[in-house]
Design a protein around this ligand. Structure first.
Ligand SMILES: [Zn+2]
Length: 98
């Protein structure tokens, strides 16, 4: 039975399968959301070979710090600018070569 290489959870979903049947599958862990393709090397697909520094346990996941939310936009001026504009219309932006 396939389990998650990162956290050993045993509920793994198949997200995609190769156009040619049986060549590869893309799998995703139902707990930590780690995603891998079955043709990746053992260090990405098998718990025994998965790097120790990146392994997770259920306790690690339960105690993980909260991921910070995306902060609000700096101000309404930036928000109201057109998304696409020429460099000539934005003289305040330095050219990368300068
Ligand atoms: Zn996992």
């Amino acid at each position: 039975m396939t389990s998650c290489p990162r956290c050993t959870f045993e509920t793994v979903d198949t997200l995609h399968s190769s156009p040619v049947p049986g060549v590869w599958d893309v799998l995703q862990c139902g707990r930590c959301l780690y995603t891998w393709r079955t043709t990746e090397p053992a260090r990405r697909t098998q718990r025994d070979a998965y790097p120790e520094g990146f392994r997770l346990t259920a306790e690690d996941i339960a105690n993980a710090p909260e991921v910070p939310t995306v902060p609000p936009l700096l101000n309404e001026i930036q928000h109201s600018q057109p998304v696409l504009r020429s460099r000539a219309a934005a003289p305040s932006l330095p050219h990368p070569a300068e």
